[in-house]
Ligand binder design. Structure first.
Ligand SMILES: [Zn+2]
Ligand SMILES: [Zn+2]
Ligand SMILES: [Zn+2]
Length: 390
């Protein structure tokens, strides 16, 4: 069955691309018309150069109807589609060099296989999947992989390494459920030596909300988990690749050689210092320099993704639209200005709708300095792998 989730009605006009929203809006592409009225300023996907012009909104290669990122088929013309992550476009299954990921039937993975009949770029990073003999685990796996694909796509676009020197996919992801035996040790979400373990219970909204309340966290999402845990991996990888980076990170985040287990224990016993909002992005970030880095890294990814998406939907009107590849090169004070403005507006909209805050965080000057350190690291470390936009 095609996955057709998404907020886009088939009768919505075409409004995709970051470079020409106004032109697109001026000439809607109404389904049913014999010849789609594709605005000339909008790049046709068929002519899109590979590798660089990745945007947050996508069009069907057959009829130009907008495609929601998780869909496996076009809602308008019914074409079976796969997403090619390195090109950033949807293509028809029949035109795809590798065809669909072999996890497509199991978890509605809509990415293109790296080799015919094989896994996609994202699924290849998962080395342990949940026990599919247990009720609900297939759905949990699907939700986790959907969030992971979004992470992997960001990492690809940022040019950050995703393989070892030997060509092995890293980080590895182990998606595990708690043992049936309630006395057995629970699965802890975390990172160790290139392996990220996720407790699949986090894929259950009710369970995640329960833990969030228990931990008194203002924000807990699958995207947040993936972005946080992958930060620990990149601390290791990027500092191993260039030892000079570790000295720079210590200046900003402190000395990570302090006892990690003791620091976490102390954090859980005594809590965060009362002035943590002035120095940390979250209370948990105050537990240890590694956690400070990971929380900060996750927020940089939140901001980059949030800003690019907002631009793609016309929610940021100042300045020229910039893709993720360009946003990561923008100094943090400039990004933070747009991000705070956007967050204030979206928080108010959420409040108007009775929802919780879109972004329940405060960016103090000290925190912006930390965000800038991570942004600069991402930009520098990914520079060689990042696309050059025309
Ligand atoms: Zn279509
Ligand atoms: Zn896949
Ligand atoms: Zn952590």
């Amino acid at each position: 069955m095609p996955s057709v989730a998404g907020p886009f009605s088939p009768v919505l006009p075409l409004r995709f691309g970051q470079f020409c929203l106004d032109a697109a809006l001026a000439q809607p592409n109404l389904p049913g018309s014999a010849e789609p009225h594709l605005p000339s300023a909008v790049f046709p996907l068929s002519a899109q150069p590979t590798g660089c012009q990745i945007v947050q909104r996508h069009a069907c290669p057959c009829c130009q109807q907008e495609i929601y990122p998780q869909n496996t088929a076009c809602l308008n013309c019914g074409a079976d589609l796969v997403f090619a992550p390195r090109q950033g476009v949807f293509v028809e299954v029949a035109q795809s060099p590798g065809g669909p990921c072999c996890n497509r039937a199991a978890i509605a993975c809509n990415w293109q296989a790296e080799t015919t009949g094989g896994l996609c770029l994202s699924c290849a990073h998962t080395t342990v999947v949940p026990d599919l003999g247990l009720a609900g685990n297939a759905e949990r796996w699907e939700r986790l992989e959907t969030a992971k694909r979004a992470l992997i796509l960001m990492l690809v676009r940022l040019g950050l390494p995703l393989v070892t020197a030997e060509g092995i996919a890293v980080p590895r992801f182990e998606l595990k459920g708690d043992p049936v035996d309630s006395a057995a040790p629970r699965v802890l979400t975390g990172h160790e030596n290139g392996t990220i373990t996720i407790n699949i219970a986090e894929a259950d909204d009710a369970e995640r909300a329960r833990i969030r309340a228990q931990m008194q966290e203002p924000y807990r999402t699958l995207a947040g988990h993936f972005r946080h845990e992958v930060a620990h991996h990149y601390w290791e990888v990027l500092t191993a690749a260039d030892p000079a980076r570790i000295a720079a990170l210590r200046v900003v985040f402190g000395d990570e050689r302090q006892d990690y287990a003791a620091a976490l224990q102390s954090h859980y016993v005594t809590g965060a210092p009362s002035d943590w909002p002035e120095r940390f992005i979250s209370a948990y970030a105050s537990a240890h320099p590694w956690e400070d880095f990971a929380e900060t890294w996750a927020h940089v990814l939140h901001m980059l993704d949030g800003l690019e998406t907002a631009q793609a939907f016309g929610l940021i009107l100042s300045g020229p639209p910039r893709t993720l590849e360009r946003l990561v090169e923008v100094p943090m004070p400039d990004l933070a200005r747009d991000w705070i403005s956007l967050s204030l507006g979206l928080n108010a909209v959420n409040q108007a709708m009775g929802h919780e805050a879109f972004y329940p965080f405060v960016l103090s000057p000290a925190v912006i300095d930390k965000l800038e350190a991570v942004r600069a690291l991402m930009a520098e470390a990914g520079a060689r792998g990042r696309c050059e936009l025309g």
